[in-house]
Write a new protein. Structure first.
Length: 197
Protein backbone atom coordinates (compact mmCIF):
# COMPACT_ATOMS: atom_id res chain seq x y z
CA UNK A 1 0.00 0.00 0.00
CA UNK A 2 1.30 3.48 -0.92
CA UNK A 3 2.13 5.99 1.79
CA UNK A 4 1.67 9.74 2.00
CA UNK A 5 5.01 11.30 1.16
CA UNK A 6 6.04 14.37 3.13
CA UNK A 7 9.24 16.39 3.19
CA UNK A 8 11.43 17.85 5.94
CA UNK A 9 9.37 21.03 6.03
CA UNK A 10 5.88 19.53 5.68
CA UNK A 11 3.86 17.01 7.64
CA UNK A 12 1.63 14.36 6.10
CA UNK A 13 -1.39 16.35 7.25
CA UNK A 14 -0.07 19.43 5.43
CA UNK A 15 0.35 17.35 2.26
CA UNK A 16 -3.27 16.23 2.55
CA UNK A 17 -4.49 19.79 3.13
CA UNK A 18 -2.54 21.09 0.11
CA UNK A 19 -4.04 18.38 -2.14
CA UNK A 20 -7.50 19.03 -0.68
CA UNK A 21 -7.20 22.74 -1.57
CA UNK A 22 -6.43 21.83 -5.19
CA UNK A 23 -9.39 19.45 -5.34
CA UNK A 24 -11.81 21.86 -3.65
CA UNK A 25 -10.76 24.67 -6.01
CA UNK A 26 -11.29 22.53 -9.09
CA UNK A 27 -14.51 20.76 -8.12
CA UNK A 28 -15.89 22.74 -5.21
CA UNK A 29 -16.09 21.46 -1.65
CA UNK A 30 -19.52 19.84 -1.92
CA UNK A 31 -18.68 17.90 -5.10
CA UNK A 32 -15.32 16.63 -3.83
CA UNK A 33 -15.00 13.25 -2.14
CA UNK A 34 -12.44 11.74 0.19
CA UNK A 35 -11.97 8.95 -2.33
CA UNK A 36 -10.95 11.47 -5.01
CA UNK A 37 -8.61 13.16 -2.55
CA UNK A 38 -7.01 9.82 -1.68
CA UNK A 39 -6.56 9.01 -5.38
CA UNK A 40 -4.83 12.35 -5.99
CA UNK A 41 -2.39 11.54 -3.20
CA UNK A 42 -2.01 7.90 -4.25
CA UNK A 43 -3.31 6.21 -1.11
CA UNK A 44 -6.42 4.39 0.12
CA UNK A 45 -9.18 6.66 1.45
CA UNK A 46 -8.99 4.93 4.83
CA UNK A 47 -5.36 6.07 5.15
CA UNK A 48 -6.45 9.72 5.20
CA UNK A 49 -8.34 9.22 8.46
CA UNK A 50 -5.08 8.45 10.25
CA UNK A 51 -4.23 12.15 9.79
CA UNK A 52 -7.54 14.05 9.52
CA UNK A 53 -11.00 13.55 10.96
CA UNK A 54 -13.26 14.54 8.06
CA UNK A 55 -13.65 16.50 4.85
CA UNK A 56 -15.08 19.49 6.71
CA UNK A 57 -12.01 19.51 8.97
CA UNK A 58 -9.89 20.00 5.84
CA UNK A 59 -11.99 22.99 4.78
CA UNK A 60 -11.67 24.48 8.27
CA UNK A 61 -7.90 24.03 8.18
CA UNK A 62 -7.63 25.72 4.77
CA UNK A 63 -9.89 28.67 5.59
CA UNK A 64 -8.37 29.45 8.99
CA UNK A 65 -4.78 28.96 7.81
CA UNK A 66 -5.36 31.64 5.15
CA UNK A 67 -7.21 33.96 7.55
CA UNK A 68 -4.51 33.54 10.21
CA UNK A 69 -1.71 34.23 7.71
CA UNK A 70 -3.33 37.55 6.78
CA UNK A 71 -3.98 38.47 10.42
CA UNK A 72 -0.44 37.64 11.58
CA UNK A 73 1.04 39.73 8.77
CA UNK A 74 -1.25 42.66 9.57
CA UNK A 75 -0.21 42.47 13.25
CA UNK A 76 3.45 42.72 12.21
CA UNK A 77 2.84 45.67 9.88
CA UNK A 78 0.73 47.62 12.35
CA UNK A 79 3.53 47.42 14.91
CA UNK A 80 6.05 49.20 12.66
CA UNK A 81 6.71 52.95 12.60
CA UNK A 82 6.59 53.15 8.81
CA UNK A 83 4.43 55.72 7.01
CA UNK A 84 0.89 54.49 6.39
CA UNK A 85 1.48 54.36 2.64
CA UNK A 86 4.42 51.99 3.22
CA UNK A 87 2.31 49.83 5.50
CA UNK A 88 -0.47 49.62 2.93
CA UNK A 89 1.99 48.84 0.14
CA UNK A 90 3.41 46.00 2.24
CA UNK A 91 -0.08 44.63 2.87
CA UNK A 92 -1.00 44.77 -0.81
CA UNK A 93 2.25 43.01 -1.73
CA UNK A 94 1.45 40.31 0.83
CA UNK A 95 -2.04 39.82 -0.64
CA UNK A 96 -0.57 39.54 -4.13
CA UNK A 97 2.05 37.08 -2.91
CA UNK A 98 -0.62 34.96 -1.22
CA UNK A 99 -2.74 34.93 -4.37
CA UNK A 100 0.21 33.94 -6.54
CA UNK A 101 1.95 31.42 -4.26
CA UNK A 102 -0.97 29.96 -2.29
CA UNK A 103 -3.62 30.27 -4.98
CA UNK A 104 -5.55 27.07 -4.27
CA UNK A 105 -5.85 27.77 -0.54
CA UNK A 106 -6.80 31.44 -0.98
CA UNK A 107 -9.33 30.56 -3.70
CA UNK A 108 -10.98 28.00 -1.42
CA UNK A 109 -11.03 30.43 1.52
CA UNK A 110 -12.61 33.09 -0.72
CA UNK A 111 -15.24 30.86 -2.32
CA UNK A 112 -15.94 27.80 -0.18
CA UNK A 113 -16.14 29.39 3.31
CA UNK A 114 -19.94 29.23 3.05
CA UNK A 115 -19.68 25.46 3.48
CA UNK A 116 -18.18 25.84 6.97
CA UNK A 117 -20.30 24.64 9.87
CA UNK A 118 -20.99 26.51 13.10
CA UNK A 119 -19.26 27.73 15.18
CA UNK A 120 -16.49 27.82 12.56
CA UNK A 121 -18.58 29.77 10.04
CA UNK A 122 -19.29 32.62 12.48
CA UNK A 123 -15.69 32.62 13.72
CA UNK A 124 -14.32 32.84 10.18
CA UNK A 125 -16.70 35.66 9.20
CA UNK A 126 -15.87 37.55 12.39
CA UNK A 127 -12.12 37.22 11.79
CA UNK A 128 -12.55 38.47 8.23
CA UNK A 129 -14.75 41.37 9.36
CA UNK A 130 -12.19 42.44 11.98
CA UNK A 131 -9.38 42.23 9.43
CA UNK A 132 -11.25 44.45 6.98
CA UNK A 133 -12.12 46.92 9.77
CA UNK A 134 -8.43 47.21 10.66
CA UNK A 135 -7.56 47.91 7.01
CA UNK A 136 -10.25 50.59 6.93
CA UNK A 137 -8.76 52.17 10.05
CA UNK A 138 -5.30 52.08 8.45
CA UNK A 139 -6.57 53.95 5.38
CA UNK A 140 -8.33 56.40 7.68
CA UNK A 141 -5.01 57.05 9.45
CA UNK A 142 -3.44 57.76 6.06
CA UNK A 143 -6.15 60.31 5.34
CA UNK A 144 -5.76 62.01 8.71
CA UNK A 145 -1.98 62.18 8.21
CA UNK A 146 -2.59 63.63 4.74
CA UNK A 147 -0.73 60.77 3.05
CA UNK A 148 -3.91 59.83 1.17
CA UNK A 149 -6.59 61.77 -0.60
CA UNK A 150 -9.82 62.50 1.25
CA UNK A 151 -11.55 59.33 0.09
CA UNK A 152 -14.00 56.96 1.73
CA UNK A 153 -11.82 54.42 3.61
CA UNK A 154 -14.33 51.58 3.22
CA UNK A 155 -14.52 52.08 -0.54
CA UNK A 156 -10.71 52.17 -0.76
CA UNK A 157 -10.37 48.86 1.12
CA UNK A 158 -13.13 47.25 -0.91
CA UNK A 159 -11.37 48.33 -4.10
CA UNK A 160 -8.00 47.00 -2.93
CA UNK A 161 -9.37 43.62 -1.82
CA UNK A 162 -11.46 43.25 -4.97
CA UNK A 163 -8.49 44.09 -7.18
CA UNK A 164 -6.25 41.53 -5.50
CA UNK A 165 -8.94 38.85 -5.59
CA UNK A 166 -9.15 39.60 -9.30
CA UNK A 167 -5.80 37.83 -9.66
CA UNK A 168 -7.90 34.70 -10.13
CA UNK A 169 -8.27 36.03 -13.68
CA UNK A 170 -4.48 36.20 -14.03
CA UNK A 171 -4.23 32.50 -13.20
CA UNK A 172 -6.22 31.79 -16.35
CA UNK A 173 -3.99 34.06 -18.50
CA UNK A 174 -0.52 33.62 -16.98
CA UNK A 175 1.38 33.80 -20.25
CA UNK A 176 0.23 37.32 -21.01
CA UNK A 177 1.64 39.13 -17.95
CA UNK A 178 4.83 38.48 -15.99
CA UNK A 179 4.59 38.31 -12.20
CA UNK A 180 6.83 41.34 -11.46
CA UNK A 181 5.01 43.43 -14.04
CA UNK A 182 1.69 42.34 -12.59
CA UNK A 183 2.69 43.27 -9.04
CA UNK A 184 4.13 46.67 -9.97
CA UNK A 185 1.09 47.55 -12.09
CA UNK A 186 -1.39 46.62 -9.36
CA UNK A 187 0.55 48.65 -6.79
CA UNK A 188 0.77 51.60 -9.13
CA UNK A 189 -2.96 51.60 -9.86
CA UNK A 190 -4.04 51.09 -6.26
CA UNK A 191 -1.59 53.37 -4.46
CA UNK A 192 -1.43 56.25 -6.92
CA UNK A 193 -5.18 56.43 -6.67
CA UNK A 194 -4.78 57.04 -2.93
CA UNK A 195 -1.64 59.09 -2.41
CA UNK A 196 -2.12 62.81 -1.89
CA UNK A 197 -0.05 64.73 -4.46
Amino acid sequence: MARIVSSKNTTKKEVIIKKAAILFRKKGFAASSMRELAESIGVEASSLYNHIGSKIELLQSICFKVANDFTIHLNEIENTTSPVVSKLENIIRFHINMMLNNYDEVFVANHEWKQLEEPFLSNFLNQRKIYESRLIELVNQGILKKEFKNIHPQVAVLTILSAVRGLEFWHRHKKNVKIKELESNILDHLLNGLIRK
